[in-house]
Write a protein that binds this ligand. Structure first.
Ligand code: URP
Ligand code: ZN
Ligand code: ZN
Ligand code: ZN
Length: 498
């Protein structure tokens, strides 16, 4: 419950969106519980100029401080989004303002988006994304996609890491003819990532096999969206996941597998103890809507469910939830990449032309709560870990982000677990969920979402640089040394033989 009413004061309004004046820089959240991934405790949180300066019981403040009577937890961090993304001949509909406004409404205070190179240049790609992100209203970071290999890419990777705040590079093992890289590029990229302390990420599906699978569908006359799922079964996701894991182990560098969608891929990650990211669509949906006996409903709905890897049949989602609850999978993303129905209709006669992608940036926090906490699969502290803290740790911005600790950015959500404002179940949104648990979103000490209203303007978001050599690199040198000494024995024998 909120005690104090917050007006828009000396703030302003743009396009019907009002925001609070920056002078409201002192804030106390009191009388509740502070929930972190490591523990929850009774306590108050005092914030000045966007930074948490005290976390303890019974903090006393003067009249000039705004007071919220509530329980707080760290704002969500979405590790996987595609705002304003150019993909499959079109551009995703959510840009850095509309997508972020949705995120803030859903209790997410930071996201990490994927920068694509422009004309082969990482720097040009970075500059293009700086421009796209200039309308941001929340904090964001960038991963960088590697699509080909040459000396200049290798040099630019170093610049990206050392000067541009990028500490992760993504390799697509699929989308033949556009984004896909082969094992040679993947290996060179992994080697370079390792030397720079950057995390290699993969979209794991066997692109050559998917291409064959698609041809097979078309030859059979299957052009409807069901063909999308049928052309790229779990075994192709598992094969690429296994291959990427083996190659990363061979290079002895950490690996992050994005959007893990099936049991088969999850089991490869479990065996190898690599980092795996399920996305909300894979956790809560299944392919039953694609096979709706009412053809009209199915045909219309199908397009909305098309993403890669595909949403699998029922059972995979439950297994991914279980893997998340036991720590086999580590954090939840969305892969938010939205297209309008007219864009989805590019594939009306050929499923291969449907722009791939689903939504989730607004729904993630509520869906993970409903699916994982309300079902008693995880605790509230685990909820904070998988929606926020683990992402901050992996991408090396913890404890600035992902925690309510002294010195952290004051990215806090006021979450009312008893409140279910309204059930969302519409044609536009394929998820069924209760919204409204996130009552207030605070970004760097400012109330940016309250009373179902966005109180922030475009341009107020901030780029968060992410430094290299995160904790996943701990111990790599030691295993390298062990590996090299295991080579020495045969080398010595060979030398003494001659
Ligand atoms: O279908 C998807 N996943 N669209 C976004 C691009 C990607 O592969 O992550
Ligand atoms: Zn080049
Ligand atoms: Zn992907
Ligand atoms: Zn993606």
């Amino acid at each position: 419950q909120l005690m104090c009413e917050v007006g828009t004061g000396n703030g302003g309004s743009i396009g019907g969106i009002s925001w609070l004046p920056a002078s409201l820089s002192k804030l106390l959240i009191k009388g509740g519980t502070v929930v972190n991934a490591h523990r929850q405790e009774r306590g108050d949180v005092y914030v000045e100029d966007g930074i948490i300066v005290a976390v303890k019981p019974n903090i006393k403040v003067g009249d000039e401080v705004m007071v919220l009577d509530a329980t707080g937890m760290p704002g969500g961090i979405d590790p996987h989004t595609h705002l304003d993304a150019e993909f499959m001949g079109t551009v995703a509909v959510d840009d850095f303002f509309s997508g972020q406004a949705a995120a803030l409404a859903g209790g997410t205070t930071m996201h990490i988006d994927f920068v694509h190179p422009v004309n082969g240049s990482l720097m040009s790609g970075f500059e293009a994304y700086e421009k796209k992100a200039s309308k941001s209203c929340m904090d964001y970071g960038f991963h960088m996609v590697i699509r080909h290999w040459d000396e200049s890419v290798s040099k630019e990777m170093e610049i990206m890491v050392k000067e541009n705040g990028i500490n992760s590079f993504k390799f697509f093992m699929v989308y033949k003819g556009t984004f896909m890289v082969d094992d040679k590029v993947l290996l060179r990229g992994m080697k370079r990532c390792k030397s720079l302390g950057a995390l290699a990420m993969v979209h794991a599906e066997n692109g050559d096999a998917v291409f064959e699978g698609q041809k097979r569908m078309i030859e059979l006359g299957i052009t409807v969206p069901e063909g999308h799922a049928l052309s790229r079964p779990p075994m192709l996701e598992a094969e690429a996941t296994m291959r990427a894991i083996r190659l990363a182990s061979f290079m002895n560098t950490p690996l992050y597998v994005v959007h893990v969608m099936c049991i088969d891929a999850m089991e490869e990650i479990a065996k190898a103890r690599k980092t795996g990211e399920p996305v909300v669509s894979g956790l809560v949906l299944d392919d039953s809507k694609l096979w709706d006996p009412d053809f009209i409903t199915a045909a219309k709905q199908d397009f909305r469910y098309v993403m890669s890897p595909p949403i699998r049949e029922s059972g995979h989602n439950k297994a991914l939830q279980a893997a998340l609850s036991t720590g086999v999978l580590h954090l939840v993303g969305t892969d938010h990449c939205t297209f309008s129905s007219s864009q989805k209709a590019f594939g009306i006669d050929d499923f291969r032309k449907i722009p791939n992608g689903v939504n989730g940036i607004e729904e993630r926090m509520h869906l993970v709560w409903d699916t994982m906490v309300e079902s008693s699969q995880i605790s509230v502290t685990d909820y904070v870990r998988i929606t926020s803290t683990e992402c901050a740790r992996i991408f090396n911005i913890y404890p600035r982000k992902g925690a309510i600790l002294v010195g952290s950015d004051a990215d806090i959500i006021i979450f009312n677990e008893l409140r279910n404002k309204s059930k969302i179940s519409s044609f536009e949104n394929q998820y069924e969920f209760f919204q409204g648990k996130v009552e207030v979103t605070i970004s760097r000490g400012r109330i940016v979402w309250k009373d179902d209203e966005l109180k922030v303007a475009p341009g107020s978001g901030k780029y968060i640089p992410m430094p290299p050599f995160g904790f996943l690199f701990d111990g790599i040198e030691k295993t390298d040394a062990k590996l090299i000494s295991s080579f020495k024995a045969p080398v010595h024998r060979f030398k003494s033989d001659v």
